[in-house]
Design a protein around this ligand. Structure first.
Ligand code: PLP
Length: 403
């Protein structure tokens, strides 16, 4: 292998669920959890547990402080202007659905258009289809460049004043291609459209600053950032969140309730009806501390080296077709000629290599690539050269078995 991992991270010992000899290459689906996150969750339930925002006793007040500290930590991590711009949701899927319902409810009307791209995850397609159907808006699909990036020249040519919203993935969950968010924001704003960035695959591997990016909404899932499942983040500009109606009614999202008239709390509480995922927020806080202590620039460099090594080694196997650009962020999708990706995944599993095989919740992208499914190896902080070797040896074995 020619690309050397100059400063390998060597943090696998922090991850108790990764046994020696197991190459976990499915971080794009969900990341393994480091000990500090597991400890924060155990402490949250085992030592400090109580409800938030309601209790008059000290334990509940302390938990409220911890829960709101997690919100401030997320705000700092994303470069948000204020913690009030951070809405805790179940994950990116819920964050996008929230915007597609609440923002679209007042801002989208018949004849308006939404621009998505060919590589979006279903979570960034279906909510917009539902929103568009409700009001009679239309969806346009930006094509990709030959190497699998969202074609922003094409997007620029497609955008018109009828476009009210653009929603794009910061990093593709299949191809790993990285969006030039600055340019995407610039061309969306030029026609007066708002822009949502799906940061699910970006936040675990690239530094993100929503203020510098100048986008309007940004979403991500905690579990892909080494945090717990069931907690995610919607960041929205304060003036946009302020104008959005709530989507779920219940406790915590109200100002005053009577049978005659109910008034709503200000954001973010307006969008957090019911008892929240309290311990999930504490786990997410610990995950952000963990990732920040390593440094996202270092993580990105580490994963870029792993990607370069993996692509170079896989390129040396005749029947392998690599998908996506060479500078993909932490994700390598590939096809082995004449072999179904599920068979690739099964044979690799026998060799203790865990990859994802399937359509990756991106069926329109599969159609554009002319495949039903792909094999996907995705990396995290715990991966090293030995995992690439196991992957490449396993793929060679696949080619031998299938002749
Ligand atoms: N967007 C992208 C790019 C993803 O990779 C994923 C998950 O794979 C999602 C959205 C949905 O995330 P979740 O299922 O955590 O809500």
């Amino acid at each position: 292998m020619s690309t050397v991992l100059e400063r390998p991270l060597d943090v696998v010992a922090d991850f108790p669920a990764i046994p020696a000899g197991w190459a976990y290459l499915d971080t794009a689906a969900t990341a393994q959890k480091p000990k500090p996150v597991i400890d924060a969750i155990a402490r949250g339930y085992g030592e400090t547990y109580a409800t938030v925002h309601r209790g008059v006793y000290a334990r509940s007040a302390d938990m409220t402080i911890a829960y709101e500290a997690a919100r401030r930590r997320v705000a700092a991590f994303l470069g948000a202007a204020s913690a009030d711009e951070i809405v805790f949701v179940r994950g990116a899927t819920e964050g996008i659905n929230l915007v597609a319902q609440c923002w679209a409810a007042t801002q989208l009307k018949a004849g308006d258009r939404i621009l998505l791209s060919q590589l979006e995850h279903h979570a960034n397609i279906v909510p917009w289809q539902m929103a568009a159907q409700r009001v009679g808006a239309a969806i346009d699909v930006c094509p990709l460049t030959a190497d699998g990036r969202i074609d922003l020249d094409a997007a620029e040519a497609m955008l018109t004043p009828a476009h009210k919203l653009v929603s794009l993935a910061h990093v593709s969950n299949v191809l790993g291609s990285i969006l030039d968010v600055h340019r995407a924001v610039e061309i969306a704003h030029r026609v007066g459209a708002k822009i949502l960035i799906d940061g699910c695959q970006a936040v675990p591997r690239l530094p993100v600053d929503v203020t510098a990016l100048n986008c309007d909404f940004y979403v991500f899932s905690g579990h892909k950032l080494y945090g717990p499942t069931g907690i995610g983040v919607l960041w929205g500009r304060a003036e946009l969140l302020d104008r959005m109606p709530p989507w779920q009614g219940g406790g915590a999202m109200i100002d005053r309730v009577s049978f005659e008239r109910t008034t709503y709390a200000a954001p973010p509480a307006r969008f957090e009806a019911g008892t929240p995922h309290i311990v999930g927020a504490l786990g997410l806080h610990a995950a952000i501390d963990y990732v920040d202590a390593i440094g996202l620039s270092r993580i990105h460099a580490h994963e870029a080296a792993l990607v370069a090594n993996a692509r170079e080694a896989l390129r040396g196997i005749n029947s392998v077709r690599l998908l996506g650009p060479d500078d993909s962020a932490g994700i390598v999708s590939f096809a082995v000629g004449g072999v179904h990706p599920h068979d690739v995944g099964t044979i690799l599993d026998e060799a203790h290599v865990a990859i994802r095989a399937g359509h990756h919740c991106a069926q329109p992208l599969m159609a554009a690539l002319g495949v039903e499914a792909t094999a996907r190896a995705s990396f995290g902080v715990y991966n090293g050269p030995q995992d690439i070797e196991a992957l490449v040896d396993g793929v060679r074995r696949v080619t031998r078995i299938f002749g």
